[in-house]
Write a protein that binds this ligand. Structure first.
Ligand SMILES: [Zn+2]
Length: 317
């Protein structure tokens, strides 16, 4: 282990001054590529695991699982990370492995940690693919992203860096990468109103987007009850491995969905009880599903919002 490590340091010492000279010489040069860790989880299926950090923590642009799939003809990217920095790092990781064209950039849904790196792929002229509801969801989010995540865009930040899909998926869509096909499926209201899954037939790998959270507390931005319905359908799919939106991969999708299902059920049942007793939203936030707390990371930043959302939705039922 020591010799290669020393050699890397030595090479860095040689390369870095050269790289910085080249950067200074080029007016439009971007910052040097950030190297992200990529795992080849099945032949041609590459995943970068995001970190379990809050959305306002340093490093928040690197919290989602992102990656790419290599065909014989071209490459499909699945989610691009929460910044241009992460998007470029993913692009660089692809280019270290292949010179094939990047024909598709697929977004699993609208959330900032999955889409803000899209513009890093623009020069590849891919098709940008998403749920048929993603375009409208991006339009609603653009101002919010500019206000709160300007530092994650190239400077000066601009709306043109927030790229919406040009290829909508109404229900299903098959993409041919050459020697392997991706089956895309758009889902009804669940985690968001624009959730999309990607199934790679060659490896039988399902990318769930944020329809599956592992370890990190699920965030309800759509409908908790709608999400439960989708979970039941996902659990019946025949897949060899699942790449969740957050957390480690699973080779047992039905079991991996169980904690999320249990939390969402506790959320709905708890809010229903609170409403039946005439409790306030504040009371519900303090009491609903609290037994679930030890099972999840980042509880404080998400649970109160989940309760508030479900409370508002169920109040009128
Ligand atoms: Zn999300």
């Amino acid at each position: 282990m020591r010799v290669p490590a020393l050699r890397v340091l030595f090479l860095r010492a040689l390369i870095w001054p050269m790289a910085s000279i080249m950067l200074h010489a080029s007016v439009a040069a971007a910052a040097p590529d950030l190297a992200i860790t990529i795992h080849e989880v099945a032949p041609g299926v590459f995943v970068h695991l995001g970190r379990q950090l809050a959305l306002d923590a340093p490093g928040h642009d690197d919290i989602a699982n992102i990656g790419f799939i290599l065909g014989q003809r071209c490459v499909a990217v699945i989610d691009t990370g929460g910044s241009m920095r992460i998007g470029r790092a993913l692009h660089a990781a692809i280019r270290r492995r292949t010179g094939l064209p990047i024909c598709y950039v697929i977004n699993t849904h609208v959330h900032v940690d999955h889409v803000l790196g899209n513009a890093a792929f623009r020069q590849e002229r891919p098709k940008f693919v998403g749920h048929s509801g993603l375009d409208a969801a991006m339009a609603r989010s653009r101002e919010f992203f500019l206000q709160h995540y300007a530092g994650d865009l190239d400077q000066p930040p601009s709306a043109t860096q927030i790229i919406a899909p040009d290829t909508p998926v109404e229900q299903t869509l098959e993409l041919d990468l050459g020697g392997r096909h991706l089956q895309l499926r758009a889902w009804p209201l669940a985690h968001t109103d624009c959730d999309l899954t990607v199934f790679d037939d060659a490896s039988r790998t399902l990318w769930t987007g944020d329809l599956l959270f592992r370890d990190r507390l699920p965030a309800v931005d759509g409908s908790a009850s709608g999400w439960l319905t989708v979970i039941d359908q996902l659990a019946r799919l025949q897949v060899v491995r699942a790449v969740p939106g957050h957390g480690p991969l699973s080779t047992d999708l039905p079991s991996a969905l169980d904690p999320e299902r249990r939390y969402l059920r506790a959320l709905i049942d708890g809010v229903r009880d609170e409403l039946a007793q005439g409790s306030s939203m504040q009371h519900a936030i303090a009491h609903v599903a609290t037994a679930e707390m030890p099972n999840w990371l980042l509880w404080d930043s998400t649970h109160a919002r989940n309760v508030a959302r479900v409370y508002e939705q169920m109040e009128w039922q």
